[in-house]
Design a protein around this ligand. Sequence first.
Ligand code: GLN
Length: 193
Amino acid sequence: MIIAVLAVQGAFIEHIQMLGQLGINTVELRNEADLAQPFDGLILPGGESTTMGKLLREQGMLIPLQERIRQGLPVFGTCAGMILLAKEITNEPRNFLATMDIRVLRNAYGRQLGSFHAVSAFGDMSDLPMTFIRAPYIEVVGPEVEVLSRVDGQIVAARQGNQLVTSFHPELTADMRVHEYFLGMIASNTAVA
Ligand code: GLN
């Protein structure tokens, strides 16, 4: 199994390191030519969604990746990566990959609570440590979206088919269960990507 990690900006190294600890090979996506390499899943890291979206577009990766996700390529977006996948962003005029039926609020926790830690359930898992950094949360989900986690009543993780998103950064904790969950999604993927 090979996982591609978008590596134009943001916290991609931490994802690559965590996948390495899990024995998974990765490829870094920086431009359109990188898309020719084989990969079975994609991680969109945290960072600055506007910058990452702009670079995706400028490097010719936005449309090809959008098509592959629509065809079933398993994808995991953390924080800014969640914003890239959202069909709608409440406080932004434009969207990016727009493949997931969620509406997100960018920088949802305001300045005072810019970064914080929480512990909550995630699907069947309990006591998952979560690190939030100027995070978005999900305000509205479509009918095909499964809510996986809430913190203080707000949706902070969700799944729609082969698309997984978290407001928080599992790659910044020692707990690898969310990455393992994503690997399970890839292992059971039957879509032709
Ligand atoms: N605030 C960033 C954005 O809106 C996301 C922060 C993050 O990915 N840690 O793009």
